[in-house]
Structure formats: structure tokens, C-alpha cells
Design a protein around this ligand. Sequence first.
Ligand SMILES: O=C[C@H](O)COP(=O)(O)O
Length: 263
Amino acid sequence: MAVNTRVPLIAGNWKMNLDHLQAIAFVQKLAWSLKDSGHDFSATEVAVFPPFTDLRSVQTLVAADKLPLAYGGQDVSTQESGAYTGEISAAFLAALECQYVLIGHSERRTLHNETDEVVAAKVTAALKHNLVPIICVGETAADLELHGPSAVPVAQLKAALAGVDNAADIVVAYEPVWAIGSGQAATPEQAEQVAAALRSTLAEVLGQDVADKTRVLYGGSVKGVNIAGFMKEPNVDGALVGGASLDITEFSSIVRFQKHVGL
Ligand SMILES: O=C[C@H](O)COP(=O)(O)O
């Protein structure tokens, strides 16, 4: 078994919250709060995913104050440029020095009818511009009942990897739809079971080396009180946090999970 050298990633998905002025104040406070508490950013990476309209402000602040925070878009177009009203291309995100982009979040899949094919095309578009796609997968409560815990996330991941080669830098986020915003997180054991299945899928499709280095996150009602349990699991390398990422104290406590784990 390979030694785990994956740097944990705690990612905050703001969804449609905080305008660009609020984003500036929030990111400044978050960085100060983490620095004040002695957070080691090289030991646990921190990323925020603001709305598109905030990204330029976040970029300017991060660059001016040399903040050790990563950031990215919550979605990306399959297209490069052209007559696609309302869309944002990977080239535009790269121009704002985004490192990451969320792809295939369940809210995109359900509210905007994003199919596995669209998700795969977005992953390819992101990689073309050297953005690290955070590929979101997860089953609904009905899927869980019908197919068990891993079948749907594994199938979604296989489909999303259609155009990916084994040189790609990717992150996978397992987010059971029933756990998102419900206050009902999966248990660490459930998250580990699916994360392990997703890692096996990565090994099958992209090879063992990629599987060993790729971070698999858990998302769905992650809070300061439950993060430690997830982070103890060998195949869980971080969290994709929604609601709790909008509260600086709560998000900082998630980022500083080592304190709870006692590492
Ligand atoms: O992208 C984040 C997920 O949708 C989780 O959201 P939540 O932490 O509010 O459950």
C-alpha cells in the first residue's frame, strides 16, 4: 500500500451567497483568523468558491495581500468562447488565476439538467486551461435505496473521466445528495466506503499512481463538530463545505481539523 502524501483540501462552496464587497471582507477575515490561530497552509490547503462576480475582487485581494488561499469557480462552460449567453469559459477563470473549478455539483445536475456527458465536457475544458476540476459525484436517497451507496457515484465518476488522461491533476468530491444542506451528514464509515470505491475507479481508469495522488473529498453537512471523524478515514482527503463555509468561525474550525483529530 502506497504512503499517503495527499495534502488535505478544505474547500468552501459559497453557492449564491456573498457579493463582491462581502467577499473581500470575508476572505480578509478568514485569512486573518486562520493565520492568528497558527494554521499551517502547507499542511492543509484551503480554497474558496465564490460566485463568478466576486472572483476578480478575490483575485486582487489574494494577490495584493499574498494570502495563502486558493480559489475557483463554481461551474464552467463546455465552450471556449462565442454565443453562449450567461456562460463563463475555463479561459476566463484561468485569466483570473483560479486554480480550481467545481464541476457537476448536484445543484448543477438537478437544477440545470447537467448530464454526465456535459460534466465530462466541462472537465476536459477545465483541464485544457490547467484548472484542477473538482468533480462532484453523489447519489440521491432513491439511488441509495435502489442501488446501494457506491454504484451511482462510481458511474458518474467513470463518465466524468471520459476525456481525462493519467497526467491530469483532478480532485473528486463525494457528496451524497441526501446529505447536502440537510444537517444529516453521512457517517465517516459511509463516506470512507464510497471514497474507497471512487479511488478504485480512479485506479481502474487512470492507473494506481493517479489513484494514490488524487484527493477525494467528502461533502454534505460538514461542520466543525463532525470533520474530525471524516478526516480519520484513510480515503477521505478533505471536505467540500457548503453552508458552514459562510461562517468564519465554523469554517476555520473545519480547516483546523487536526486540532480535533489530535494529529
Ligand atoms: O458544495 C457543498 C455541498 O453542497 C455541501 O453543502 P452543505 O455543507 O451545506 O451540506
